[in-house]
Design a protein around this ligand. Structure first.
Ligand code: URA
Length: 258
């Protein structure tokens, strides 16, 4: 509180109080003298700080984990199970289910697409939406079907990633890399004579490069197998004029398996 007295008045008042026997100044805040002690306050030992155990951040290499998981897969059922148990791919969190493969595993031709879309995520099978219907019609045109029982007349279909990417975005290079050991093992177990790489993501995974417009129509080698890069059926739906090139590529495939 601000004093109304000037310096001289305050000093005079103090001297007068001392004369009356005052030994202490009264403070604005009351002090309970009974609680005061003569002894110097004992400094409380600093409370032992609760030690938080150091967080051990273990760096996991998802590609190494995937390679280890695939090494133990002796057949396609085992591989599917290993994929279902793989927890390092973020795509799994947003997907309804794993989309492993469809068609005849004994087929001479293996089709590798990019990843499941909405319809595939709902149904659990690759290429069942609009792009899938076009894919079926394309291969029917050269006498092949996913429902055929004979190896020569059928196709086997899978994708680079088995979980639907959110908003149908492209799988990232990291996601492609960590799922690649599964794709390699898939190919090794299915033993196709020919792989058809549908679109850029598939070319990236199998051939290590993109640019399907340039790559299409030319035989390449990926995972030790002859690969024919082709336009993705979804691209053909948007660009019907490119069906002419797709037809040429299908004929090259047909010629090769004869
Ligand atoms: N596109 C793909 O690449 N794969 C599918 O399974 C469906 C659409």
């Amino acid at each position: 509180m601000e004093s109304q007295l000037d310096w001289h008045q305050a000093k005079a008042l103090l001297e007068w109080q001392i004369e009356l026997g005052a030994t202490e100044a009264t403070l604005d805040v009351p002090v309970n003298r009974f609680e005061l002690t003569d002894k110097a306050p004992v400094k409380e030992p600093a409370k032992a700080q609760k030690q938080t155990p150091a967080l051990r951040v273990e760096k996991v290499d998802p590609v190494a984990v995937a390679e280890l998981a695939t090494a133990g897969a002796q057949d396609l059922a085992g591989l599917k199970q290993a994929m279902a148990q793989f927890e390092h791919c973020q795509l799994k969190r947003g997907a309804r289910q794993l989309v492993f493969a469809d068609g005849n595993p004994d087929a001479k031709i293996m089709i590798v697409g990019e990843g499941p879309g909405r319809d595939e995520d709902l149904e659990g099978r690759p290429f069942v939406g609009r792009a899938g219907h076009l894919l079926d019609r394309m291969f029917a045109a050269i006498g092949l079907s996913r429902t055929a029982d004979d190896a020569g007349g059928s196709i086997y279909i899978t994708n680079v990633v088995p979980w639907r990417p959110p908003q149908n975005r492209d799988p990232s290079p990291i996601e492609i890399d960590m799922m690649l050991p599964f794709l390699r093992r898939h190919i090794a177990l299915a033993k196709p004579e020919i792989i058809v790489a549908m679109g850029n993501i598939s070319c990236q995974a199998l051939l290590g490069k993109r640019g399907v417009t340039k790559l299409r129509g030319q035989w390449a080698t990926g995972c030790g197998v002859d690969v024919m890069p082709m336009f993705h059926p979804a691209y053909l739906l948007r660009n019907p004029l490119a069906k002419r090139e797709a037809w040429q590529d299908l004929q090259a495939v047909q010629k090769r398996i004869r």
